[in-house]
Design a protein around this ligand. Structure first.
Ligand code: TYD
Length: 221
């Protein structure tokens, strides 16, 4: 029987600390002999990385933002994510569609139903199950109060278009994530990202063990 591919996304507001855990999880899967593809959105392909640069630096409205992220996502799914899942690899993706609902839907106030329509268009008709919408098997949601995230990010580097926005924006983004999590409770695992890094890792590991995807004594971060 061919190995089953796994698709795991990492989500949370800027400053929640998700990226640092992606490498540790990749190492834990590799220690189990799995092939791991680490990727990100916006981006993940040459075309989608060009769109990312526009999204992060050029001025545009929320619909344009949504169209750009879904265009990049379609290319990313077709050329990177779906082929990896066909091979049976583990795909770890730093942000995916929940970020669009959180940032463009929650943060910018763009219509949720229109985002659902774009989601269905962009994420259906792929190799493995053409009639089903491709979604992550698991979404690790690094939940952190916007005020704490802002304090962590302060002075870290020059901010992009999103990082430069005020705390009220990130409060709405956080509400967007909470709404998505409530709509798909089985897919989402909420992690308390206010804890120290090792404790966040232990929470993350427990989720993977509970799903039977990592053995109980997995690699430490
Ligand atoms: P991120 O990968 O977190 O960038 P970095 O860690 O290098 O700062 O994401 C870039 C920004 O893009 C982030 O602020 C969230 C935003 N974003 C959206 O607005 N919509 C989306 O669909 C995605 C995937 C990201």
């Amino acid at each position: 029987m061919p190995p089953t591919g796994l698709f795991i996304s990492f989500e949370g507001i800027d400053g929640a600390g998700k990226s640092s855990h992606m490498d540790a999880l990749a190492a834990a899967f590799r220690a189990q002999g799995r092939n791991v593809v680490c990727t990100r959105e916006p981006g993940g392909t040459p075309l989608a990385e060009k769109l990312r640069a526009m999204l992060l630096h050029d001025s545009m409205d929320a619909l344009t933002e949504a169209l750009l992220v879904f265009a990049g996502r379609r290319d990313h799914l077709r050329t990177v994510i779906e082929p990896a899942l066909v091979r049976g690899d583990v795909v770890l993706c730093d942000r995916f569609t929940d970020a669009t609902f959180a940032y463009q839907g929650g943060g910018r106030g763009f219509d949720w139903q229109s985002l659902s329509l774009l989601e269905r268009l962009a994420q259906t008709g792929l190799a493995l199950q053409p009639d089903l919408m491709r979604e992550p098997d698991l979404t690790l949601w690094f939940d952190l109060a916007p005020a704490v995230a802002a304090a962590r990010l302060a002075g870290a580097r020059s901010p992009d278009r999103f990082e430069a926005l005020d705390q009220a924006f990130f409060e709405r983004v956080a509400q967007g994530y909470a709404r998505r999590a409530a709509e798909a409770p089985q897919r989402f695992a909420q992690l308390d990202a206010a804890q120290e890094r090792e404790h966040v890792w232990l929470q993350l590991q427990a989720v993977l063990v509970q799903r039977g995807w990592l053995p109980a004594m997995g690699a430490a971060a």
